[in-house]
Design a binder for this molecule. Structure first.
Ligand code: SF4
Length: 490
């Protein structure tokens, strides 16, 4: 039952229940939900307690968004969410396989919970990208007996059914769909925040960068219908949401699989008309697909924030070819010039890989050159980590680890210097901040983001999470701005 074959098809909507369990031998999604909810209600009536769940999230924003759906389904089933430091009956691990050390940490966390699971009678559900790999599922089956349910990225919506099967059958349920299927609309969702929200617009990726496992575990591109996306954003706006981040592995190819040209740009224009939404962000953009019409839309749409995450990965055209990125150092720099010419106040951030097999001193110098020429506000820098099943994993790593570490340090130092210089320009200025709540490091301060996505920590009276305020910046470092004030807008 582990890896299930399934057929890709059109999107489908969850149907309302048409009758009792077992009608046509095919209960609907909501019937599974209702079954578990009834069991949880009976448990509460009997014990006076509520079954609890918590979610451990690893990896990217797609996992954060998936976790909101998982939390929504569990809440609808009558479970109550608790914070990570509290005991729970059900512990969900939303996993990531993009880097080896993330995988190792996840095994470590799951293993460390075996005593707690035994003591409390709780169990673990493991899902997400790691579970799309059969060797991982086998390892979990053999070595991690506290994991009772496993599912993958393509069958999140089957959670209620899998949970029902585990609870009633008392046998571990491992079900991972091998292929992507339809886009499932109208799943329940429990949003983390009210003032800002993730909105998925496209699932999967067709790019097959040679080092990347994502297309292998998240499937091919499937765009959501623009009407479904806009309807979701309208509901969010009516509920007080001010900022949305449109999500996809490659948002620039939104609509390509539907035969729709420039649909992403059209989506941005359409969101302009939604009252209540103040800020629109999106990620991630692939440089090869960032069209002039999209740059024009970013420039024209007032709600689109002046921030663009544009991964370049390596500054060497030779390495970019080996990575199958389908652009060169020169075309990347030209693209950046066009963006800066259209939107001079744009803040650019990026991803960079150091130590890809075969990277020479000259290749690395090209990477430093791009960093210097572009002037990124921030960069996510990684040492290359081979991922089983990708073409790059077959390449021999010919660079000594000490050399890679030295290059990595040099890059981090350069980027930190550039980011600090850019941040210093904010000192003495007033910036618009959407408040996220108390600062994680100093609860006496508030924290929020500028439109250019800079983190701002500040002290202010009578300012709350979700407020949009002006903050006077008094100090700046590479990764933060510090301010005071907090004059409310409007
Ligand atoms: S664009 Fe490349 S790096 Fe990004 S998810 Fe797709 S294959 Fe991976």
């Amino acid at each position: 039952m582990d890896i299930k074959k399934n057929n890709a098809g059109d999107r489908f909507r969850l149907k309302k229940p048409s009758g009792g369990m077992g009608v046509d031998n095919a209960p609907e999604f909501s019937e599974w939900v209702e079954e578990i909810r009834n069991q949880n209600t009976a448990y509460t009536l009997e014990t006076g307690k509520t079954k609890k769940f918590k979610i451990e999230i690893f990896g990217c924003q797609m996992n954060e968004r998936d976790s909101e759906t998982i939390a929504g389904m569990l809440t609808d089933m009558g479970f109550e969410e608790v914070s990570k430091d509290k005991p729970a009956d059900v512990i969900v691990f939303v996993t990531c396989c993009v880097r080896e050390n993330a995988e190792e940490r996840i095994y470590g966390h799951i293993g460390a919970l075996s005593g707690e699971c035994e003591e409390n009678g709780s169990f673990i559900i493991a899902c997400g990208c790691m579970m799309q790999q059969s060797h991982v599922v086998e390892k979990i089956r053999k070595s991690y007996h506290n994991v009772k349910i496993v599912f993958g990225t393509h069958n999140i919506h089957t959670l209620p059914q899998l949970l029902y099967r585990y609870i009633t059958g008392k046998k571990r349920v491992f079900e991972v769909w091998e292929k992507e299927d339809k886009v499932v609309e109208e799943l329940p969702i429990k949003r983390t925040d009210k003032h800002k929200a993730w909105v998925s617009i496209i699932l999967g990726c067709n790019n097959f960068c040679s080092y990347c496992i994502v297309p292998h575990v998240r499937g091919r591109e499937r765009s959501r219908d623009i009407n479904d996306v806009l309807a979701e954003i309208k509901v969010l706006a009516e509920d007080g949401c001010k900022e949305i981040t449109l999500l996809g592995q490659n948002v620039n190819s939104y609509g390509n699989d539907l035969g729709e040209k420039d649909l992403f740009a059209r989506l941005l224009y359409a969101i302009e008309d939604i009252e209540g939404i103040e800020r629109v962000r999106f990620m991630t953009s692939h440089p090869k697909d960032l069209s002039d019409s999209l740059i024009e839309a970013m420039k024209t749409c007032k709600k689109v924030c002046n921030h663009l995450h544009l991964p370049f990965q390596s500054g060497s055209s030779r390495i970019l070819e080996k990575m199958n990125r389908r652009y060169t150092k020169e075309t990347y720099l030209e693209l950046v010039s066009r963006i800066k010419a259209a939107i001079p106040e744009i803040a650019l951030t990026t991803d960079i890989i150091v130590g890809f097999p075969g990277e020479t001193v000259e290749d690395f110098e090209d990477t430093l050159d791009v960093v210097k020429k572009v002037g990124f506000d921030a960069a996510y820098m990684f040492i290359y980590s081979p991922r089983k099943g990708t073409p790059a994993a077959k390449l021999e790593q010919d660079i000594p680890s000490g050399v890679i570490s030295a290059r990595f340090k040099k890059l981090v130092d350069l980027q930190t210097e550039i980011a600090t210089d850019l941040a210093k320009k904010f000192e003495g200025k007033s910036v618009e901040v959407l408040v996220d709540g108390p600062s994680k490091n100093n609860p006496e301060m508030l924290s929020g983001r500028t439109r250019s996505n800079r983190l701002v920590n500040f002290k202010a009276e009578n300012v709350n999470k979700g407020d949009t305020v002006y903050v006077d910046i008094i100090r700046a470092g590479a990764f933060w701005l510090e301010g005071r004030g907090g004059k409310k807008l409007g």
